[in-house]
Design a binder for this molecule. Structure first.
Ligand SMILES: Cc1ncc(COP(=O)(O)O)c(C=O)c1O
Length: 246
């Protein structure tokens, strides 16, 4: 990592001190928009383009600031913003990444979820009691049609996804339950493989297990946990609208 000097007036990175610090291993320029002041993005983007490297804006100190009328964080290839307690836009302990580049977005999602599931695995006690045959007992209306493949474990499901160029799995009609989430091919397994996972809110039938799924509150809590740990929970209406828009 090479540090460039700052501009005396803005206290942000000085564009004139960047270029001579770029070497063959340089991957990105990371300007911090400091104390609500935008870094001078035009020359920074121009340098990055010329060297074919990325720009990662750090918006942690300047949420909502404008650069030539444009919101900071929308100019570089990616922007990151801390929202921990001491920041101007503080929501406790959190952060956010924004990008227009879908590939970068997918990669960030998979890095973000890397090894997160290790903790949840300790809840996965029931999983080992389920045999492959039990997993293959489908309800009549859920049986595979024609030559549709069945994946018996996470590796097979991942292979199927690759074969069919699927990078986003939507889990429907299942109980939110740590055991199911972590079953072979569950959300936790698949997000480890870098596949995005999500579930429609209305298709989720229980929380943790049937016995504890007593109230809507319980369900909301379970959905929140799933969204934070593995991917997204969305409303069916939003999903159908999004499909219609394609
Ligand atoms: C400019 C800047 N970027 C990033 C961070 C990291 O934030 P977090 O601790 O929320 O990951 C900080 C934290 O102080 C910061 O000041």
């Amino acid at each position: 990592m090479n540090f460039a000097d700052i501009d005396r007036d803005t206290l942000c990175i000085d564009p004139n001190d960047i270029e001579h610090r770029i070497g063959p291993r340089t991957k990105a320029i990371v300007p911090v928009h400091y104390a609500g002041h935008p870094a001078d993005m035009d020359p920074i983007m121009e340098i990055a383009d010329r060297h074919n490297i990325k720009v990662i804006e750090d918006v942690s100190h300047a949420h909502g600031a404008l650069y030539k009328g444009r919101m900071v964080g929308t100019i570089g290839h990616i922007a990151c913003m801390s929202m921990m307690a001491g920041k101007s836009f503080a929501i406790g302990e959190a952060g956010m990444m924004v990008t227009n580049d879908h590939r970068l977005y997918e990669r960030c999602i998979s890095f973000g979820h890397y090894e997160r599931t290790g903790v949840a695995t300790t809840y996965n006690t029931a999983d080992s009691q389920v045999t492959a045959n039990e997993l293959l007992e489908f309800a009549d209306d859920a049986r595979p049609v024609g030559d549709e493949s069945i994946a018996e474990d996470a590796h097979q499901l991942f292979a199927l996804c690759r074969e069919n160029r699927v990078n986003h799995l939507i889990y429907a009609g299942f109980a939110i339950n740590w055991c199911l989430l972590l079953s072979p091919g569950g959300m936790a397994d698949m997000s480890k493989h870098g596949i995005m996972c999500s579930a429609p809110r209305q298709a989720v039938t229980a929380v943790e297990n049937k016995e504890t799924a007593r109230s809507e509150l319980c369900k909301e809590l379970g959905l929140w946990r799933v969204a934070v740990a593995f991917g997204y929970v969305f409303d069916v209406d939003d999903f159908i609208n999004a499909l219609g828009a394609r």
